[in-house]
Design a protein around this ligand. Structure first.
Ligand SMILES: Cc1cc2nc3c(=O)[nH]c(=O)nc-3n(C[C@H](O)[C@H](O)[C@H](O)COP(=O)(O)OP(=O)(O)OC[C@H]3O[C@@H](n4cnc5c(N)ncnc54)[C@H](O)[C@@H]3O)c2cc1C
Ligand code: SF4
Length: 237
């Protein structure tokens, strides 16, 4: 607590690290004095009119490829304060001597198309990172403990088999098969005991251990978990 000029913490510099540290300490109940030598806060992330009036420039850093994945930034709901992450269709380009260029597109397959004989290696290298991105970002921790994906979403394989989730298109397919669209209508599948047995089985799996990391149903599960498990108290200010 503040006593005279004493603080629990003094942070020197209001760049992204100093600001993050100050906010984290303040949220934990510490009194914080943040000192900044320049006229404005932000350090290397400041934007200023450096040339003509109305023309805003990055003073230092300009491109923040994993800023949107930062756990601290995420916890601050910066979009509510006006932050907009702008994504380029091609994140970067590498010019080659022959006048062509390789571009990093927003999909692995589109990028791979320009890589010629190396496309297969690129896909093999990058796919696991993309598929496991959520796990990398949240260190494997989900905000919910059970899957509510079914009965809101189902997945069908190319041969008409219906599953609660694409994750079960593997050795577990017998256990998690809900029906077959080649021989049944969707209504018949939905009304079958088998369907609801599988829904129950999915609701009992340990999503923290069993599930994909890059789960498309993540946001549905997250929303419904919070809906069913309301926080005891919400601070609005
Ligand atoms: C030219 C350049 C381009 C860059 N481009 C990118 C990019 O595109 N993408 C990217 O992710 N990163 C980029 N970076 C790196 C990025 O800017 C830094 O990693 C980031 O700003 C570091 O944050 P910070 O909070 O540690 O320090 P800083 O952002 O440097 O902030 C330090 C703050 O401390 C203040 N300060 C220093 N000493 C004192 C003092 N004694 N008293 C009071 N205040 C003090 C400074 O005025 C400043 O506001 C770039 C860096 C440079 C130099
Ligand atoms: S991966 Fe996602 S959709 Fe599939 S069972 Fe787990 S939580 Fe549900």
């Amino acid at each position: 607590m503040v006593q005279g000029t004493e603080y629990d913490a003094v942070v020197v510099g209001s760049g992204p690290n100093g600001l993050s540290a100050s906010i984290t300490l303040a949220k934990a109940g510490c009194s914080v004095l943040l000192l900044e030598g320049k006229e404005t806060i932000g350090g290397g992330t400041r934007t200023m009119e450096l040339t003509l009036p109305g023309f805003m420039h990055d003073v230092c850093s300009a491109i923040h490829p994993i800023g949107s994945a930062s756990p601290v930034f995420k916890s601050l709901n910066l979009t509510n304060h006006g932050l907009e992450w702008v994504h380029s269709p091609a994140a970067l380009a590498h010019p080659l001597d022959d006048g062509t260029a390789i571009t990093l597109e927003r999909s692995i397959s589109d990028t791979a198309k320009s890589l010629g004989i190396d496309s297969g290696s690129y896909i093999k290298l990058m796919n696991p990172l993309v598929q496991n991105w959520e796990k990398l970002v949240n260190e494997g921790v989900r905000n919910y403990n059970s899957c509510f994906g079914v009965p809101f979403l189902i997945y069908t394989s190319g041969d008409g088999k219906v599953f609660p989730c694409g994750m079960f298109f593997d050795h577990r397919s017998d256990e998690f098969l809900m029906g077959d669209l080649l021989t049944q209508s969707l209504k018949e599948i939905y009304e079958s005991d088998r369907y609801w047995d599988v829904v129950k089985r999915v609701s009992e799996i340990d999503v923290h251990k069993v599930c994909y990391s890059n789960c498309r149903t993540n946001s549905i599960n997250d929303f419904l978990w919070k809906f069913r498990n309301k926080p005891k108290h919400v601070n609005f200010i």
